[in-house]
Design a protein around this ligand. Structure first.
Ligand code: ADP
Ligand code: MG
Length: 238
C-alpha cells in the first residue's frame, strides 16, 4: 500500500486552467471518493495521478516518491475506467493475465494471481469464456480483475459502475466494499454518484470547478457541509 499526496497541483489545457492548485492527502489503505459535477476536473486529476496526463505545476507523491517524471507503467498503480475495453478474442483468463505476461512474469505466477482474483470476483467458473459470453457486470469484474492481478499499491477508479444498470450498480458497490476490506489497497474512486461515494469511502473529496470545496468523512460532510454547494451535492437537509 502507498499513500498518495497531491501538492498545489495545477492543470492547464490550451491556456485554460481547469485544476487550480489543489492539495489532497490520501493515507495508506484509505478509500477516498472524488466527487463533483461533470467537468469539475475529477478525471483530469485521476489521470495525472496515473501519469496519463501531464502535470502543469505542483507535485504528486505515491508513497514517498515524487512521481511527476515517472512513466505510467513504472507507477505502482492500476486504473479501471468506465469504458473498460476487454480484448474480444481472448478468454477471461487471458484478458486478466495479459498485462502480467507483457511484464514477463512466469506462467505459473500468472495462473496463481488470475485464480486468486477470479476467486475474489466470483469469476472462477468463467475463465475460459470470451467477453461476449459474459453479462455487463461480469465484464466489469474482469476489468477489475485485470487491475487486481497486478497487485498495485494504489487503485484508481474512474466511474467504473456508471455503465451498469441500477440493480447491478448496487450489487457491485457492496462487492467493491468487500474487495477493499479484503485487500486494503489505497483507492481513489471517482464518481458523480453521491450515494456510491457515501457508502464506499472512508473520506469524500468534493470538487467544484477545479477546486476542492471540502474533504472529510461521509458523515461529517453530511452533518456539517461548509457550503451550500456541498450540502446540495451530498444531499444534506437544508
Ligand atoms: P470530470 O471528470 O470531473 O467530468 P474532466 O477532468 O474530464 O472533468 O474535465 C475537467 C475540465 O477540463 C473540463 O472543463 C473539460 O472540458 C476540460 N478538459 C478535459 N480534458 C481535456 C482535454 N484533453 N483538452 C481540453 N480540455 C479538456
Ligand atoms: Mg470524468
Amino acid at each position: 500500500m502507498s499513500k498518495v499526496e497531491i501538492r498545489n497541483l495545477r492543470k492547464t489545457y490550451d491556456n485554460l486552467e481547469v485544476i487550480h492548485g489543489i492539495d489532497v492527502d490520501i493515507a495508506d489503505g484509505e478509500f477516498v471518493a472524488l466527487v463533483g459535477p461533470s467537468g469539475c476536473g475529477k478525471s483530469t486529476l485521476l489521470r495525472m495521478i496515473a501519469g496519463l496526463e501531464e502535470i502543469t505545476s505542483g507535485e504528486i507523491l505515491i508513497g514517498d516518491d515524487v512521481v511527476n517524471d515517472i512513466a505510467p507503467k513504472d507507477r505502482d498503480i492500476a486504473m479501471v475506467f468506465q469504458n473498460y475495453a476487454l480484448y474480444p478474442h481472448m478468454s477471461v483468463r487471458r484478458n486478466m493475465g495479459f498485462a502480467l505476461k507483457q511484464r514477463g512474469l512466469p506462467a505459473s505466477e500468472i495462473d496463481k494471481r488470475v485464480a486468486e482474483a477470479a476467486g475474489i470476483l466470483g469469476l472462477a467458473d468463467y475463465l475460459e469464456r470470451k467477453p461476449r459470453q459474459l453479462s455487463g457486470g461480469q465484464r466489469q469484474r474482469v476489468a477489475m480483475g485485470r487491475a487486481i492481478v497486478r497487485n498495485p499499491n494504489v487503485f484508481l477508479f474512474d466511474e467504473p459502475l456508471s455503465n451498469l444498470d441500477a440493480k447491478l450498480r448496487v450489487q457491485m458497490r457492496s462487492e467493491l466494499k468487500e474487495l477493499h476490506q479484503r485487500l486494503a489497497t489505497t483507492t481513489v474512486y471517482v464518481t458523480h454518484d453521491q450515494i456510491e461515494a457515501m457508502t464506499l469511502s472512508d473520506r469524500v473529496v468534493v470538487m467544484n470547478g477545479g477546486n476542492v470545496e471540502q474533504a472529510g468523512p461521509p458523515l461529517e460532510l453530511y452533518d456539517s457541509p461548509h457550503s451550500l454547494f456541498v450540502a446540495a451535492f451530498i444531499g444534506s437537509p437544508q
